[in-house]
Design a protein around this ligand. Structure first.
Ligand SMILES: *[C@@H]1O[C@H](CO)[C@@H](O)[C@H](O)[C@H]1NC(C)=O
Ligand SMILES: *[C@@H]1O[C@H](CO)[C@@H](O)[C@H](O)[C@H]1NC(C)=O
Length: 289
């Protein structure tokens, strides 16, 4: 039995077999899928609400039953995956864990039989959701146009008609100020063609960039991202921090990391829709630095 994720992140876990370097998902005949729903079969996902403490990712458990199990059954999921069910072929029962990340939509799972070439949909799970699918997440920092400017870019589900995005920031322990943030997004037609416009497409949400100007050198700054709704309620991110640049020319140690396209891969060892593997180790090293 295998796990396959459909949507942006597609994952396939092979149990007890060797994984080739081609992503197994590229072999699924999605368009050949037929319905074979069985009342006795089920897929259950819990908990129903993820990220209740503001987390952007959380583990979830899936239990399933297929009265007619076979070795090439698989589960479609909208996320990375990790599971191991050695007795599935005999019992038709399995329990697995998935690490789901908040990508602004709810999530469901589907059990397939018939392997990758003749997929038959056997059962579909309940759907689960993050407590706030629209929450501001995943801030990315970049040096601004001048040495004393930092830009913060993040992703949310709030367009400018729904909420006003801003960054609240200041030197650690000192008074904070607020800076406006720009909002951009792309749609399917912004992309050049398949697969980016077709099976590879997923709504990217809204991408916001705030400009923090007039920074003091060598200082630790804290910041949080906010979205002010029309009724004045503010949706906040968690608080983060960064250290500002030294004054140019000042005696200081500078570290530079140069890297190429890192591909795309899942931290839990599963595969995804892309052909070829990403460079996880490189990613881990970058985070460490
Ligand atoms: C403001 O609107 C949001 C979203 O509709 C809602 O969740 C929140 O309870 C509202 N707050 C107040 C104070 O009405
Ligand atoms: C997958 O889950 C098993 C059991 O929980 C664990 O031992 C294993 O390390 C996990 N694999 C990865 C790649 O996280």
């Amino acid at each position: 039995m295998q796990i396959i994720g459909l949507k942006l992140l597609v994952t396939v876990c092979f149990i007890g077999s060797v994984i080739s370097h081609d992503q197994p998902f590229s072999k699924i005949s999605v368009h050949e899928t037929v319905f074979a729903l069985n009342d006795a079969a089920y897929v259950k996902a819990s908990p129903l609400v993820l990220g209740l403490k503001g987390q952007t990712s959380e583990w979830l458990t899936l239990t399933l039953h297929n009265p007619n199990p076979s070795i090439d059954d698989w589960v479609g999921v909208f996320s990375p995956a990790n599971f191991s069910t050695p007795n599935y072929k005999d019992t038709g029962k399995a329990s697995m864990k998935f690490r789901l990340i908040n990508q602004r939509s709810d999530i469901s799972f589907a059990l397939f039989s018939g392997g990758l070439s003749k997929p038959k949909l056997v059962a579909v799970s309940n759907s689960v959701t993050f407590a706030n699918p629209n929450a501001p997440n995943y801030p990315r920092l970049a040096q601004g146009k001048t040495w004393n400017e930092m830009t913060v870019t993040w992703t949310s589900g709030y367009g400018i008609e729904k909420a006003e995005p801003f960054v609240e920031w200041g030197r650690k322990g000192e008074e904070k100020q607020r800076s406006f943030a720009a909002t951009l997004t792309i749609d399917r037609n912004s992309l050049c063609g398949a697969p980016a416009r077709t099976v590879g497409w997923r709504d990217p949400g809204f991408i916001h960039t705030g400009f923090l100007q007039g920074l003091w050198p060598n200082s630790v700054y804290t910041y949080k991202l906010g979205h002010k709704l029309s009724n004045s309620t503010i949706i906040w991110s968690q608080i983060r921090q960064f250290k500002s640049s030294p004054y140019p020319g000042q005696d200081s140690l500078q570290r530079v990391i140069i890297f190429g396209d890192m591909g795309k891969d899942e931290a839990d060892g599963s595969n995804d829709y892309n052909k070829g593997r990403g460079f996880l180790l490189q990613n881990i090293m970058l985070v460490r630095v």
